[in-house]
Design a protein around this ligand. Structure first.
Ligand code: PHE
Length: 343
């Protein structure tokens, strides 16, 4: 019987050391520990339980042999546990540089929008916004567009199906009327935002693009205030050396109206094949004018008491000009090689 026990002890010992050599992780360690010394069904526990069947005179020796194995196994497991813990700590190398997780950045269009905002905030303007889904009233009627004005046409404007008189705003100008309705002069705001037109996508057109609207209404505002404000803005944005020129134009919601150009900052009019100004020496930037009396009235402002000016410009357009981008589609493709160059 003692010999059977000795054999059993030897084979459990062999098995134990074979298993121990395979342990590479804490999880595996736990499994081996369980297998050999768990109280319920560990190999060693089983052998110990078997001792009670031994004849009295063999019991001391049998007990000694099993105990010896138990101590060996426990010591080995303790050693193994320590080395696993040490290994875990060793695997962290504190001298390595930190992970370089790439930081996001503003899209160039957001960057330029912020640039424009900063300049106007510097002149005391507030920032306003309005809904992208507009009523025909705010997008057209309140802005003095006649009933059959071509801009109202289905060909130019996205009408919302099954939602009468709703359109995707075609410009930021409806914010003018909404703002006047809710505020009293003096009013000084810009309103950047998305606008929508039924245009085919090409290098200079997109059905979704961005504008910044400007509106100033107070007592005794005249065209020279408009000129001074826009000249200051354009020189701040494009550089002090650009010249600014105002050309007569037409918008239903301003009278008089003016288109505003800057002198070509690429060739200054010296290159007849210039990519930007096509040799004219001037680049068209924005639309502007004195707020039409009808529009003031629609905003509940008395045109006898107050006057004002308004302007609107395309953010994509001024960004392309300032940063030399030749294809508007680049803004929306989100090619990381493009985005990483700016902002
Ligand atoms: N809303 C006009 C456009 O989209 C621009 C503009 C705004 C013109 C304000 C005059 C005054 O073209």
């Amino acid at each position: 019987m003692i010999n059977d026990l000795k054999n059993e002890i030897e084979s459990v010992k062999d098995l134990f050391f074979k298993e121990v050599r395979k342990v590479k992780s804490v999880d595996k360690f736990k499994i081996v520990k369980e297998q050999f010394i768990s109280r319920k069904k560990g190999f060693l526990t089983n052998i110990l339980k078997g001792l009670k069947d031994f004849p009295k005179e063999d019991k001391p020796l049998a007990g000694k042999l099993v105990n010896k194995l138990k101590i060996q196994v426990e010591e080995e497991l303790e050693k193994l546990e320590k080395s696993l813990i040490n290994k875990k700590e060793d695997s962290i190398d504190y001298s390595l540089p930190e992970f370089d997780s790439p930081l996001g950045r503003n899209h160039l269009l957001s960057y330029v929008k912020n640039e424009v905002e900063e300049i106007f905030i510097g002149m005391g303007y507030d920032i306003a916004d309005g809904p992208e889904i507009e009523t025909e009233y705010y997008n057209f009627t309140a802005l003095n567009f006649l009933e059959h004005h071509p801009a109202r046409d289905e060909q130019d404007t996205f009408f919302i199906k099954n939602f009468e008189n709703r359109v995707l705003r075609t410009h930021t100008s409806p914010v003018q009327v909404r703002y006047m309705e809710n505020n009293t002069p003096p009013i000084k705001v810009i309103a950047p935002g998305r606008v929508f037109r039924k245009d085919e996508v090409d290098a200079t057109h997109s059905p979704v693009f961005h504008q910044v609207e400007g509106l100033l209404v107070a007592k005794d505002i005249n065209f020279s205030h408009l000129k001074g404000t826009l000249s200051f803005f354009l020189k701040s944005f494009f550089g002090k050396s650009v010249d600014v020129r105002f050309r007569p134009s037409f918008f239903p919601f301003t009278e008089p109206s003016a288109e505003v150009d800057v002198s070509c900052f690429l060739c200054n009019g010296t290159d007849s094949h210039c990519k930007i100004c096509k040799g004219t020496g001037w680049i068209e930037i924005l639309g502007s004018g004195m707020v039409h009396p009808e529009v003031l009235k629609n905003g509940n402002i008395d045109p006898e008491e107050f006057s004002g000016f308004a302007f609107g410009m395309g953010i994509e357009r001024i960004t392309m000009l300032k940063y030399g981008i030749h294809d508007l589609r680049m803004f929306y493709e989100n090619d990381i090689r493009f985005l990483n160059q700016f902002g």
